[in-house]
Design a protein around this ligand. Structure first.
Ligand SMILES: [Zn+2]
Length: 259
């Protein structure tokens, strides 16, 4: 199954915009951008509802698609008790509904960091053995060690067997090593790989192939031009970026994600 994250905007419109799109249409709408010539057949994905303002009344039901519910770190100030109750209600429809995105984003104003830590710890109590956890963890030049801080909370609130997706992974080798102590932790790579520095390249090479996942994070992070809308049709380009850094063969890499 191709894995991608539909987030706030796409969650509103649903996954149909992707299932009905064709590569030709996408290329036409993106002007002169030429995508990797890899046929993309979208058979499923994850719709992420992490903006409490746009929570649906009930979880949507689309064949092949899974709905995840969480609270985005950048919206933490708007995450009131009523919205947390709403989140619990949506998760209660299925013990297997993923929880996410939740996490810590220290690219934001320092004023929100303490509140992010408080909310993150509270939301981690909603984990269970069957529920995959989608984590958004981002640090900035003002905040090293955010992956370690998140790991500390994880050890406090989650079982070692917790299923984890580290969405949009941008960490270092030591983050790969630390997070791999969770045997069900997967590292999801996006078009941001094109902007990785040397330490992040090294980390990407350290991720075992069986713990690596590609994601689109559409409509953001177009791997060819960040100013353009992203869709899963650009998976081949994300795969190419990742394969070039790891020196893997791109077609073998893509094969490994088919099932
Ligand atoms: Zn995110």
């Amino acid at each position: 199954m191709s894995l991608f994250t539909g987030n706030r905007e796409s969650a509103r419109s649903g996954p149909k915009e992707f299932t009905t799109a064709t590569p030709e249409l996408a290329l036409e709408s993106q002007g002169s951008i030429t995508s990797f010539p890899l046929p993309v057949r979208l058979v499923g994905g994850v719709q992420v509802f992490c903006d409490p303002e746009y929570f649906p009344e009930v979880p949507p039901s689309e064949p092949g698609f899974v709905a995840a519910f969480g609270g985005h770190q950048k919206k933490v100030e708007k995450f009131c008790p009523q919205q947390e109750v709403n989140l619990e209600r949506l998760l209660s429809f299925s013990l297997a509904s993923p929880l996410g995105e939740i996490g810590l984003d220290f690219t934001t104003s320092r004023d929100s960091w303490n509140l992010q830590c408080e909310v993150f710890q509270r939301l981690l109590t909603l984990c269970n053995a069957r529920r995959p956890l989608i984590l958004h963890i981002q640090e900035s030049t003002r905040s090293t060690g955010v992956y370690d801080q998140a790991m500390e909370y994880m050890r406090q609130f989650c079982a070692p067997s917790q299923k984890i997706h580290l969405h949009c992974f941008t960490g270092t080798c030591s983050d790969v090593k630390n997070w791999s102590t969770f045997p069900s932790c997967y590292f999801r790579l996006t078009g941001l790989v094109g902007q990785f520095n040397a330490a992040q390249h090294e980390a990407l090479r350290a991720v075992p192939i069986n713990r690596l996942l590609l994601e689109s994070d559409s409509p953001h992070l177009n791997p060819l031009d960040p100013s353009l809308t992203n869709t899963p049709l650009f998976f081949g380009d994300v795969a190419t970026l990742v394969a070039n850094v790891r020196l893997d063969h791109v077609h073998q890499m893509v094969e490994q994600f088919k099932c």
